[in-house]
Design a protein around this ligand. Sequence first.
Ligand code: NAD
Length: 369
Amino acid sequence: MKNYKIALLAGDGIGPEIMQEAIKVFKLVEERNDVSFELLHADFGASAYFKCGHPFPDKTKAICDQADAILKGPIGLSHEASKKIPLDLLPERGALLPLRKRYNTFANFRPVFLPKALGHFSPLKPEIIGEGIDLIMVRELVGGLYFGEKEVGINERGLRYVKETLEYDEEQIRRVVHEAFKLSMRRKKVLHNIHKSNVLKSSVLWNEVLEEVALEYPQVEVKHLLVDAAATLLCLNPCQFDVMVMENMFGDILSDQGGGILGSLGLMPSACKGPEKSYYEPSHGSAPDIAGQNIANPYSMIGSVAMMLEDSFDMPEESRNVWNAMQSVFAAGYSTPDLSKPGSGVKMIKTGEFGDKVVAALRAMPIAG
Ligand code: NAD
């Protein structure tokens, strides 16, 4: 029997609600397979700040260090509530970026997936969705503007100013681009390179390195696309994309649009891969507007579990079963409130009911091997 330690960072807002549903799935996967999971709960985010005085307490760091993988819920507060926390201890600055840095999780995989049968969840027209949306965004996660030097002050004209630095070296670009090419090789062998080289020198270097790496993957067709055009084409013709690769901030913004074309950020799980350890998280934030109501969509969190099973624990068949279980709940006519309006013919269910139905569907599936 294999034993894995998993750090669970429930986070803020809807985080604890959707984490509960992920735990149901871990328990059933353990029951069905020759594997055991030690689930190690740890404080992280704004809740950790209020409880322990820091959004990424030392105790949490120690738990993450000893874990084989980390499942992280969304963190953060509403705009107004954020003012209760000093700037440098806000959850993103004080916890999320340090987590990424600590484990050097340089490649972030964000699947944007909606089968044709669930096209009614999307705001796009059926003729645009065609046979379904199925693409993966690969976002560089530990470089660029979010990690660069920052300076604020008063300039010589007496005006408040801010300076933030966007820095990449070729090694940082090369390693994430390799990940994107390797993924393309396992999929349709078409890679969209998203950049802004008409304005940014960082994109010029990005493209140079990408073209060098491309020589190692001659079977992959590379298509270059400016990030602004990519935003438009994601709405007008998302089905042309298979794998998209981009730097940190472009990926942050475009992947939220990925959630938009599916119908909700609640359909956006992700995997953040480092050289030794990976962590997994929904792509979205803590959704303070719906927190505590048991109406959040836990697909993003359960999908992150599915990604963990495949990438960290080498359980691709069980991972596929988890994905299929979630799709089967939607296919049976159920919907969480983020994806459908009341009266639209769906059977509306809450967070906990979605998790229960996924578990029931998974239980009914044959065990691989
Ligand atoms: P958000 O992603 O939390 O929410 C945007 C919209 O999507 C909201 O209407 C919300 O209700 C909805 N939504 C998001 N996830 C959902 C789910 N699983 N089910 C149903 N609906 C869902 O973005 P925001 O409101 O701009 O940010 C809230 C907080 O989250 C902020 O403090 C922000 O800094 C933080 N944040 C954290 C992360 C992270 O932890 N990785 C990412 C983005 C934002």
